[in-house]
Every structure is written in structure tokens, then in C-alpha cells.
Design a protein around this ligand. Structure first.
Ligand SMILES: C[S@@+](CC[C@H](N)C(=O)[O-])C[C@H]1O[C@@H](n2cnc3c(N)ncnc32)[C@H](O)[C@@H]1O
Length: 251
């Protein structure tokens, strides 16, 4: 059995533990973050256009929580947020579906001697939060891995993990260009990613558009509302990136 067939077999065994109709979030769509080489190269690629520390500190400031707060980082990847946020909070639960990405994040946390990050393998649809409800959830560049209906299910599950008035910070590729001009909108996205990452950025953005599930701003805002969030801040950049800061609604 080759490695891809073995992975497929292992994924179907995992999926078998879920009802057959449930979306299998352990099976990668688009880029395969289970790939150890991709996980290994992730930081060096992303550092070409991201400053993880500055990003995390901006999110910490937007969340405006006390140092006693507990937060979940959903889709933590290699720890871009979790590692830099950990010194600001009592505890960070760092959750990801990819063992390879979690392995990288754990290794970095050990090296930085951060003892207040708990790592969990799981995702929007499968992570079971066992502790007290948390003060906030962060999720950066992850929700587009789920089709829209499953985004709604995932967002509702996250609302259920939050304390009353708990906060959600969400950043993702979300389209706010006019659909009549979708071709130029998509081309601008590919051009921007290629400018950051050359041919890797081109392949990543083309894969994203073709095989992943980024949605429109009005759909995303409807999903947040239906899932039980008030959108306090919606910031759309370049017509294809969005930041949302939300508060869990009463009741
Ligand atoms: C583009 S990376 C973002 C990682 C990190 N948040 C960052 O800011 O660098 C996407 C991550 O989402 C994870 N992922 C994909 N589907 C997921 C799901 N359904 N639930 C949780 N994480 C998921 C992938 O394994 C990958 O680590």
C-alpha cells in the first residue's frame, strides 16, 4: 500500500467513528496540511509576508481580555497565534486537525518553555472542549476549510464553548468583490499571493480558489449571526480578506 492509499485508509477509519453523513474535517481539502514537508516549510514561507508576533499582539489587543483569561486557538497550525499569545493569558488551548502541524507547534512551545498551552487534535466539528467555557476563541485562515453549512455548525459549536459575551476573532479569505467581476477579483487574489510567495503563492491561491471553501462577506456575516454572534467589527481588506471581532449573543 503506498503512503497516499494508507492515509486515505486511515482517514476513512477515523471518519467511520462519525455518522456517515458528517463532513470529514480530518480529510484535507485543497492544501494538505497533514504533509510533513508542508508543515515543516510553513513558517519559513509564511514569514515572508507575516510577522507572527505582531499579528498575535494585534489580536490580543482586539480581544482586550485580562491575563486570567483562557482562549482557544482553532486551527492553530504551527502556533502562529498560540505561541505569542500564551504569555498574555492563563491558558491557551491550541487545536488542529493536522498531526504534522501540531507536532511543529508543540516542538516550538517546548523550545520557548511555554507551559500554559494545551494541544488538542480536533477541529471545528470534532473538538470537544472539556474544561470551563473560555473567554475567547481565535481562528486565523482556517474556516474556509469547511463548506458553508458546516461552517455554520462549526461556528455554533464554538459559540457553545464560550462564556456569556465571550469573544470570537476570525480572520479568513472572504470575498467582498462584486460577483459580476469575480474573474478580476480572483486574479487579484492570485496576484497578491504571488507577490508574497512567488510560484508557491500562485499555486496556493489557485488551489484555494478551486478546491477550498472561501465564501462571500454577506454569507459569512449571516452565518455569524445565525450561529449566535454579534459582529462588533468587520474589516474587509483588498476585497478578499476579512477580520471579524464578534461577541456571543445573550441566550
Ligand atoms: C492556513 S493554516 C493556518 C494556521 C494558523 N492559524 C496560522 O495563522 O498560521 C490552516 C490550518 O487549519 C487547519 N485545519 C484545516 N481544517 C480544519 C478544521 N476543520 N478544524 C481545525 N483546523 C483545521 C490545518 O491543519 C492548518 O493547520
Amino acid at each position: 500500500m503506498d503512503i497516499e492509499s494508507y492515509r486515505h485508509y486511515a482517514n476513512s477509519l477515523e471518519a467511520a467513528r462519525q455518522p456517515a453523513w458528517r463532513y470529514n474535517e480530518m480529510k484535507p481539502c485543497g492544501l494538505n496540511y497533514n504533509n510533513i514537508i508542508l508543515a515543516w516549510m510553513y513558517d519559513s514561507c509564511h514569514r515572508l509576508f507575516r510577522d507572527f508576533k505582531r499579528e498575535a499582539e494585534q489580536i490580543v489587543a482586539l480581544l482586550a481580555l485580562s491575563s486570567d483569561a483562557t482562549v482557544i486557538d482553532m486551527g492553530c497550525g504551527t502556533g502562529a497565534f498560540a505561541l505569542h499569545a500564551a504569555p498574555h493569558f492563563r491558558k491557551v488551548h491550541a487545536v488542529d486537525v493536522s498531526k504534522a502541524m501540531l507536532r511543529r507547534a508543540r516542538k516550538k512551545a517546548r523550545k520557548a518553555r511555554l507551559g500554559n498551552i494545551e494541544f488538542h487534535r480536533g477541529g471545528f466539528l470534532t473538538y470537544e472542549h472539556r474544561g470551563e467555557p473560555v473567554d475567547a476563541i481565535n481562528s486565523v485562515a482556517v474556516l474556509h476549510h469547511l463548506p458553508d453549512f458546516w461552517k455554520l455548525v462549526g461556528l455554533r459549536r464554538m459559540a457553545s464553548m464560550l462564556k456569556p459575551h465571550g469573544k470570537l476573532h476570525l480572520f479568513d479569505v472572504v470575498f467582498s468583490f462584486d460577483v459580476a467581476r469575480y474573474e478580476s477579483g480572483c486574479k487579484r487574489f492570485v496576484k497578491a499571493m504571488s507577490a508574497h510567495l512567488g510560484s508557491t503563492g500562485q499555486i496556493e491561491s489557485e488551489t484555494h480558489l478551486r478546491d477550498e471553501y472561501s465564501t462571500c462577506d454577506w454569507i459569512m456575516e449571516g452565518l455569524l449571526d445565525k450561529a449566535g454572534f454579534n459582529v462588533e467589527l468587520a474589516d474587509h481588506k483588498d476585497d478578499f480578506l476579512a477580520t471579524y471581532v464578534c461577541t456571543k449573543k445573550d441566550g
